[in-house]
Design a protein around this ligand. Structure first.
Ligand code: CNA
Length: 241
């Protein structure tokens, strides 16, 4: 891996137009499980499969059950940015990284100090009243009993894209523009199988595609540099260098 990290360091040194495209693997080292690893959410036993429970139709028909799962398995109070979030924020500060496009909903990139973050699937930090539109924070939802309610009496919904729901077009457009214009695209911590998000990497036109993931992905053969290791290890070494 040493040689590959040196190659990555060189790629980063030579560019000031990098975009990072990430997924749940970015936050596993902050203690938030991903979906598809052996210890991921999809491999934990629950009454309903996660794909079903975090879908729009399930939310509409059984908000009580949705929130029981959501608060317990998807809201991680006290989770802190790890070395990867911090390294990416530092690269932005240095003028090297132009944007983070993330499938994550945990808000940890912003907590680490990153400014340009396109959240394709929304954020657990924002929740809104379905009746009057008033916004509520993470703590309000996490600490509520059952389905959280607005002061107007309406139900509160997380500003998170559930299965069967579309992505925010404005965010997608901004993410595509950043990816299209990037000289370097670093993809990390994602199985690249959740669409349409994973399809956005097809807009990349450059010749320095880097893929960092613990396990192989279906896009490994397209990348110029593949590092099958933990992001924390890779970015710790990059920052040490
Ligand atoms: P996924 O399908 O669970 O894939 C995660 C990938 O990351 C796997 O291939 C792992 O091998 C890899 N991985 C795990 N830990 C590390 C690590 N430390 N270093 C390197 N690689 C690692 O998750 P995707 O993001 O691809 O799927 C998209 C879903 C997951 C989106 O809809 C997210 O909203 C959703 N999700 C988000 C979070 C979060 O916000 N933290 C948590 C769980 C799921």
């Amino acid at each position: 891996m040493e040689d590959k990290v040196v190659q990555l360091k060189q790629i980063i040194e030579e560019s000031d137009n990098i975009v990072f495209f990430g997924g749940a693997g970015v936050s596993t080292e902050s203690g938030i499980p991903d979906f598809r690893s052996v210890d991921g959410l999809y491999n934990q036993k629950y009454k309903f499969p996660p794909e079903e429970i975090i879908s729009h139709s399930f939310y509409m028909k059984n908000k009580e059950e949705f929130y029981r799962f959501y608060k317990d398995r998807m809201l991680y109070e006290g989770a802190q940015p790890n070395v990867t979030h911090k390294a990416l924020a530092k690269l932005e500060q240095m003028g090297k990284l132009k944007a983070i496009v993330t499938q994550n909903i945990d808000g940890l990139h912003q907590m680490a100090g990153s400014k340009v973050v396109y959240e394709l699937h929304g954020s657990v930090m924002r929740n809104y009243c379905e009746k009057c539109g008033k916004f509520y924070d993470f703590e309000y939802v996490k600490n509520s009993e059952g389905v959280p309610h607005c002061e107007c009496g309406g139900d509160i919904k997380p500003d998170v894209v559930l299965y069967e729901e579309g992505l925010d077009e404005e965010i997608v457009e901004k993410a595509i523009k950043a990816i299209e214009e990037a000289d370097v695209l670093i993809i990390g911590g994602t199985s690249l199988i959740v669409y349409p998000a994973a399809g956005l990497i097809d807009y990349y036109k450059g010749d320095k595609l880097v893929l960092i993931n613990k396990t192989m992905t279906i896009r490994d053969s397209r990348a110029d540099l593949v590092i099958n290791d933990s992001l924390g290890k890779v970015f710790s070494e990059i920052m040490d260098m």
